[in-house]
Design a protein around this ligand. Structure first.
Ligand SMILES: [Mg+2]
Length: 229
């Protein structure tokens, strides 16, 4: 059996550690407009951010359904993000071809805190296939289950019908979530985390995705009692 390798998305595949806050600001404005709301400047500022309590409070004051607002904001954020990727405004890292090379050997997955619609877009956009894709769906409940909660990772492992593997990510919460899900973890160095301390629980550190073949070979050696080819 092969060793599944799951990948975080922002800062691993998509350049930069997260979605630009301007995307959410614009998405919130578009959602408010669609719902016919008339927010104050304070409402608008708060609704552009992700504080769920203030979103519930302000939406109630504006007599719009908080869940409907959230779903629309997430939907518009996805559309805006996909346009940024298509136009090249947000790039992909040059070394992601190494993930494609792995697909010949093992199962690969994409597991992110970002929106599920964007994870699916990125999975379609890259020139290789992921075996499982899991991001947050546009509900408050899913927003609250983001990493370091291992929920999305556990869901992906369940879909693959496996209970071990490696999670590759660029932040401490990836390592925390990966360990909680029973995975080995690889902490990927990128320009934005170059000076951040290595998370103590990370199994390995990668300087680039081009090190994936050696990561995979080492994992096979170390787990040969668990995995047989
Ligand atoms: Mg990340």
């Amino acid at each position: 059996m092969s060793i599944p390798i799951l990948f975080d998305m922002d800062g691993v595949i998509l350049e930069g550690p997260r979605t630009d806050p301007q995307v959410y600001a614009k998405a919130a404005d578009m959602a408010l407009s669609e719902l016919g709301a008339d927010p104050t400047d304070t409402h608008r500022d708060d609704l552009r951010r992700h504080d769920l309590d203030s979103i519930r409070t302000h939406c109630t004051a504006l007599e719009i359904d908080p869940a409907a607002f959230w779903e629309l904001k997430e939907e518009y954020a996805s559309e805006l993000t996909h346009e940024r990727i298509r136009s090249g405004e947000r790039g992909l890292y040059d070394d992601i071809d190494a993930i494609g090379d792995l697909t010949a050997t093992t199962t690969v997955g994409l597991v992110t805190n970002n929106r599920h619609a964007t994870a699916e877009f990125v999975a379609d956009y890259v020139p290789f296939d992921f075996d499982v894709v899991r991001g947050r769906r546009p509900t408050f409940a899913e927003y609250n289950r983001r990493k370091p909660d291992p929920y999305f990772l556990e869901d992906a492992l369940s879909e693959l019908a496996v209970n071990s593997g490696i999670y590759v990510g660029d932040s401490l919460k990836d390592v925390t979530a990966g360990r909680a899900a029973g995975l080995e973890t690889a902490y990927l160095r990128r320009p934005h985390n170059r000076d951040v301390d290595r998370p103590a629980d990370a199994t390995r550190v990668l300087e680039s995705l081009s090190e994936l073949p050696s990561l995979y070979a080492a994992a096979k050696r170390e787990n040969k009692s668990e995995y047989t080819s």
